[in-house]
Design a protein around this ligand. Sequence first.
Ligand code: FES
Ligand SMILES: [Fe+2]
Length: 452
Amino acid sequence: MGEIGRIVQAADELSEPVNIPAEAYVSPEYARAERDRLWRKVWLQAGRIEDIPEVGNYITYDILDDSVVIVRTGPDKITALHNVCPHRGRKLIDVPAGTRNARGSRPNFICGYHGWTFDLEGRNTYFEHQEDWQGKLCEGLGDVGQVKVETWGGWLWVNLDPEAGPLKDYLEPAMTMLDPYQLQNMRARWRKWVIFDCNWKVAMEAFSETYHVATTHPEFMEFGQFRGWARNQGLHSNIGYDAPKGQEEDSGKLRLGAGEDPRLTTADMQNFTWANANTNTTATLVAVANRLKDELPEGTPAAEVSKYWIQTARAEDEARGVVWPTVDPQHTSQAGTAWQIFPNFQIGHAVNNMLCYQARPYKSDPDKCIFEAAVYELYPEGEAPATDWEYTEPADWPPVLQQDFANMAAVQQGMKNVGFRGAQPNPYMERSVASLHMNLAKFMGTGFPHRY
Ligand code: FES
Ligand SMILES: [Fe+2]
């Protein structure tokens, strides 16, 4: 390796090329240190509010050694509890084998070991032979400990740090930029998870830039240009497409196909995306795209094709009770196509659908992660499908995602090679990667990107 330059600690330095040491991806010591320095300090997306609609409904969320139970305790109240019995430490709620998390409904929690019983807020309501403790289990010592929990965007967010500041302070500016998309109204179309052979950062980074599209997903090149920017946004980052002036809508996810006849290429791109990714679009958008050639004359300018496609799909959805929010094109161009929420969650937003990724470490092994993806859209009131997390082997994921998977495992191996000099992300298109490591290093105390 050449002489290592100055470490990068400020966002405005990320516009220059940097080198990211492999340590954060491959070091077992680093992976172990993440538990205390990272996972126990940050706000983590732990599930959807609609998964716990009724009082007594709960889900669990595991992050390395820690497990949290998130329970609805009132029509407008949600509580999070450390998933551990205060008696002798049995996990209070078991996660059934082969499932991503526990999910159920209870009037109270009863530990399976000696029967200590807790109400939904975690207060101890009963245990046998109480007098044997000589009155010492007062002041909450017999209760289950609470965890900070807040909601935003339809998600449940937890923070294991009792000193953590509010979620809003943590999420901004992502919160303000994404609020117009009303993500809380969307419901899952599908949710898949898998234990995968790469570090959680390798998995997240496979989706946080557009630089890979031309090579990894060459089929898409027929449909247009996928050059896009990546920007630092404090702890977070976002990405979007470069779009011609006056066509700012095209910097968002609902974009036209390129080429001679956008009526046809838009239909081609929509059909390909629907069949091979099952993300980033909806049945309504696909159906209207397929009618563009019949409903618009040949030679219709791209801007008009785009307008007609979006307005018609919007009207047809509205007629069945699905109302898309309206977002100003200027806002779309700033909000881009996806936000990387520090450290391990990505929201790929649009006005009528979203694609989200999350990756978590698996058993402190730097070479493994729990990877998950979910696609959401707007449904008429009461018509959202009942979905749950499906464990899905890599070969059974949509083909476009398999193309990304093929890189993920190979990157994990390659980064351990003695000849690897550290990652050198594109400062414009992959700034999200450098941004993640700059912020991670501030938590971890090591792994800072370096300037050349
Ligand atoms: S460990 Fe829970 S009741 Fe004993
Ligand atoms: Fe990809």
